[in-house]
Ligand binder design. Structure first.
Ligand SMILES: [Zn+2]
Length: 547
């Protein structure tokens, strides 16, 4: 039902001829006094999860079943539906990353997405890869606020004709993208303020369409308190009048409110979910990874839009329960959803190819890199030093601190595969950095020095020379020089520690905090590849002396 008319409208839009060719102005196209049922389905922050996890949760094949069922139900009731994504299809699962997210984009195509917002992680790989991905899909990537050499890089919006009701979907991308991705890859690309772009585009769309939706990748911050992040959906809805619905992403949470401006951050799958509403705009987000399909059922009559029902449909999410014999098992929160077998077969080829690619050689190392639990949690090791230096190189930092509990395995001498790198870093933490004063840097090193040998918190360092006596920091140099309290230093660490993990000082609220989005395993893989054959003796752990 949404195919032929949609295609026509989009072709006209692409030719810039919509207003010239449309025989009727938008406002006259729907029938007066008729109630139109319009359902918006949505997901966001897919991050490479085309395949279900080991517990059989989520995955595109089961998601397709959910979407097909809802669409059939809506169609049978004489209604219309659109499926939208809040962006960040890329990055997070090695089998996907290694194939430039081809299974993800092609899978979304087969599910029948109608449009997606461009997310910051769409820029993790060089722009030609993104353009290749754009070619794999027959639905638009939308962003009104990304400019390349002064021109919009993507379509700012698409207009869908649902039985005469014109629905505009505008895309927006967080302006934090510029500091989250490798600057070399976004030369000539400008991420303008999505709020000021929306302020320009929304009035235009109110003329052209009956319903105005923003598919955004900006984040939902409760009561508009975005902290160190760029402003998100709540701030935009408050600043720009005229939006009916915001389908969001980026902050990766279910947006279910327990009171006005109070989000329920303990949302449990299967519970009722009340979306946020600001300045007349509904705001929705479906957590991440395809864990849910969000479903918003609207009724449109005589120009008025009413939300009739909203729900987050869990895609085979499971909870752990105790069995009678004292063991545990995983059981679904709600009814089990069968996978679409045709899509499963299609994706299986990619899954197999991805797993095969994990055993491909990344580089070579001259000696063992030591990450054995007993060693790395009590002593500085060559792997601790190499990882720290790889992080520093990735984000141009002056020094790095890594918790040894985050280093899960050694890498034997000789050929290194991606699989062996993933054994070191299985958690998918990301590399973060913080620009801090010399005084703050010294305080942080003191806190790190206190972490007791034997514990996962025990610190591995890079870029510093330290003397530590009985867990007290006695001497510290950064880059071979005394620390100047007035100078600014850049610390690299991981997202887990920055959040206060292992008892480290919380850094992710610090003014100079940036989460680069680079997954630690990918960072280590790239470092080994770039420096191969790696002379392991260069990473001898001699700069930290413990007494
Ligand atoms: Zn994001």
């Amino acid at each position: 039902m949404h195919t032929s008319l949609k295609t026509v409208t989009m072709a006209l839009l692409a030719a810039g001829m919509l207003s010239a060719c449309a025989t009727q102005p938008g406002k006259d196209a729907y029938l007066s006094d008729k109630t139109y049922k319009i359902t918006i389905l949505h997901t966001n922050d897919h991050h490479g999860h085309f395949w279900p996890n080991n517990d059989g949760e989520y995955g595109l094949a089961a998601q397709k079943t959910v979407v097909d069922r809802v669409r059939a139900e809506v169609k049978a009731a004489g209604g219309y539906s659109l499926l939208l994504s809040g962006g960040d299809v890329n990055t997070g699962v090695p089998e996907s990353d290694l194939q430039d997210a081809e299974p993800d984009f092609r899978g979304m195509n087969r599910i029948g997405y109608d449009a997606m917002a461009v997310g910051n992680h769409e820029f993790d790989k060089p722009v030609p890869v993104l353009m290749k991905q754009k070619g794999w899909i027959n639905f638009p990537m939308l962003s009104a606020n990304i400019y390349k050499d002064g021109q919009r890089m993507f379509d700012p919006y698409a207009i869908f004709n649902l039985g005469g009701v014109k629905v505009a979907v505008m895309g927006l991308t967080t302006d934090d993208t510029a500091k989250m991705v490798n600057p070399a890859q976004i030369k000539g690309i400008e991420f303008k303020s999505p709020i000021s772009e929306a302020a320009k585009v929304v009035p235009e769309l109110r003329q052209k369409a009956d319903i105005v939706i923003a598919a955004t990748h900006m984040g939902h911050y409760t009561d508009g308190k975005s902290g160190v992040n760029a402003p998100g959906d709540v701030e935009m809805a408050r600043a720009v009048k005229g939006l009916d619905l915001i389908v969001g992403g980026h902050s990766q949470n279910p947006v279910c409110m327990k009171a006005e401006n109070v989000r329920n951050d303990a949302y449990v799958p299967g519970q009722p979910c009340a979306p946020d509403r600001q300045n007349g705009a509904w705001i929705v987000q479906a957590h991440e990874w395809g864990k849910y399909v969000g479903r918003a059922d609207f009724e449109f009559k005589n120009g008025n839009l009413k939300l009739v029902k909203y729900e987050l449909i869990p895609v085979n999410l499971k909870k752990t329960v105790k069995t009678a014999d004292g063991k545990t098992e995983k059981v679904p929160y709600t009814e089990l959803i069968p996978e679409d077998q045709k899509l499963r077969t299609f994706l299986k080829t990619y899954q197999d190819k991805g797993q095969e690619a994990l055993s491909v050689k990344v580089g070579e190392i001259s000696d063992k890199l030591d990450g054995d639990r007993a060693m790395v949690r009590s002593n500085p090791t060559n792997l601790g030093v190499l990882v720290s230096q790889a992080m520093m190189a990735r984000v141009k930092a002056d020094f790095a601190v890594v918790n040894s509990g985050g280093i899960r395995d050694s890498i034997p001498a000789g050929v290194v595969t991606y699989k062996s790198v993933l054994k070191v870093f299985p958690f998918g933490s990301t590399v973060v950095y913080v620009d801090m004063s010399g005084k703050e840097a010294l305080d942080y090193l003191k806190a790190a020095a206190k972490m007791t040998p034997g514990a996962g918190a025990f610190a591995q360092f890079g870029g510093v020379k330290l003397v530590i006596e009985k867990n007290e920091l006695k001497q510290a140099l950064i880059g071979g020089k005394a620390i100047d309290p007035a100078k600014t230093y850049r610390l690299a660490t991981n997202s887990f520690m920055a959040a206060g993990g292992d008892g480290y000082p919380v850094l992710n609220q610090h003014r100079g905090y940036v989460n680069s989005g680079f997954v630690d395993a990918d960072m280590l893989r790239d470092f080994i590849a770039q420096n191969s054959p790696v002379k392991v003796e260069r990473y001898a752990p001699t700069d930290v002396v413990r007494k």
